[in-house]
Design a protein around this ligand. Structure first.
Ligand code: PLP
Length: 427
């Protein structure tokens, strides 16, 4: 049927990971709402627990509905495997857990989701981990921030909220040179707009809560492994490259090769951290992903039109959208996300903090919520909400200054959205 040619994105977003149910022939992936699975006999049970045989034991570890979603996301990202988990923030911890230990650090971009900055700068300390935040446009500073204890580099493809696009290839080259993995949060781009592994990323993390599900019903996350990193090339990643005491001395890299990170994520990550995605949530995300490409096309078309309209409005001081000719990052669009710069951007209002809170209050079609990547258009004032925990300097570095409103453009009629923005700016 396929002559060995890889299936296209639109085909994979519907078919990858989903075969007819072997028990019933059900065409859609069933919701396996079960906690446990009956063992054939004592030998089968022992083989499953010893990882000699792959199968189902207990849904904290694996579940067929959640597994189908992981396989689909791995296919769309071009990875060797994926582990789903309960949220985007869980995915970040799950991605770092096999790599880190007390005293180790990561080098992270200053331009990140507000909650991620808080997780990295505050909660990390409880584990004895730390993060060094650097401007990722300053490649020398990124290199200089790496030391012997650095175990990963972390950035976002299209950074929320400022419309910043990371030069992934340049950062991947630095990670390669240092012998450490590059982890890319691809939440706001989705694999339809960018596949970070093709730009050198080792691991890709997702908040499935956003565009991947696409309708504001689910909290979920995923970690995709490229399968390309040589965990045994140095002694930096003993949990993967040496006998792991937490799994009776199993050497994951030697045993599972390119699937080492994925097996570790299930056998130790989900087993001991318990950040499991439930099968009902996995079902909603599978449904959402079936239309990912079509939704992203419409998100991007609407965002381009609305960003251009806003840029010409009298009350607007600036629009940071990489899809605009005025953006300093416009040259990275054809290289990193040629199908478009996403649908998330910020607007600076001439009336500052107060103008922003009024504007948000006046909008009617746009919902004032702490979310993004929904089919409906959303708005928030980061400085008084998502980025409130940050200092003003951190807010400005993250593109969330007091005069800035963030828009997540949905897939409604662009003209209706423009009319709503117009009345809210006039009021
Ligand atoms: C929302 C978001 C997260 C966190 O995901 P949750 O599912 O809310 O835990 C991380 N990174 C980015 C870019 C996000 O937009």
């Amino acid at each position: 049927m396929t002559d060995g040619k890889p299936l296209g994105f639109d085909t994979q977003q519907i078919h990858a990971g989903a075969n007819p149910d072997p028990a019933t022939g059900a065409r859609q992936v069933p919701i396996y709402q079960t906690t446990a699975y009956v063992f054939r006999d004592a030998d089968h049970a022992a083989a499953l627990f010893g990882l000699q045989e792959v199968g189902y034991i207990y849904s904290r570890l694996t579940n067929p509905t959640v597994g189908a979603l992981g396989d689909r996301i791995a296919a769309l990202e071009g990875g060797a495997g994926a582990v789903c988990c309960s949220s985007g923030h869980a995915a970040q911890i799950m991605a770092l857990f096999p790599l880190m230990a007390p005293g180790r650090n990561i080098v992270a971009s200053t331009r990140l989701y507000g909650g991620t900055i808080t997780q990295f700068s505050q909660t990390f300390k409880r584990f004895g981990w730390s993060a060094t935040f650097v401007d990722f446009d300053d490649l020398d500073a990124v290199k200089a921030a790496i030391n012997d204890d650095t175990r990963a580099i972390f950035c976002e493809t299209i950074a929320n909220p400022g419309g910043y696009i990371t030069d992934l290839d340049a950062i991947a080259e630095i990670a390669d040179g240092a012998g450490i993995p590059l982890i890319v949060d691809n939440t706001t781009a989705t694999p339809y707009l960018c596949r970070p592994i093709e730009h050198g990323a080792t691991l890709v993390v997702h908040s499935l809560t956003k565009y991947m599900t696409g309708n504001g019903t689910v909290t979920g996350g995923a970690i995709v492994d490229s399968g390309k990193f040589d965990w045994s090339a140095s002694d930096k990643f003993p949990s993967l490259s040496q006998p792991e005491p937490a799994y009776h001395g199993l050497n994951f890299h030697e045993t599972f090769g390119p699937a080492a990170f994925t097996f570790h994520g299930i056998a130790i990550g989900l087993r001991d951290l318990g950040m499991t995605l439930n099968p009902q949530a996995a079902h909603y995300t599978l449904m959402g992903i079936e239309t990912l490409s079509m939704r992203m096309e419409k998100h991007v078309a609407n965002a381009k039109k609305i960003a251009a309209w806003l840029e010409g409005h009298d009350a607007v001081a600036g629009v940071t959208y990489a899809g605009l000719a005025s953006s300093p990052y416009k040259d990275r669009v054809p290289k990193i996300c040629p199908k478009g710069a996403g649908a998330l951007f910020t607007v600076q209002l001439k009336d500052g903090y107060e103008g922003c809170t009024k504007f948000v209050g006046n909008l009617q079609l746009f919902s004032h919520v702490a979310n993004l990547g929904d089919a409906r258009s959303l708005v928030i004032h980061p400085a008084s909400t998502t980025h409130r925990q940050l200092t003003q300097a951190q807010q400005i570095a993250a593109g969330a200054a007091p005069d800035t409103v963030r828009l997540s453009i949905g897939i409604e009629d662009a003209d209706d959205l423009i009319a709503d923005l117009d009345q809210a700016l006039k009021a």
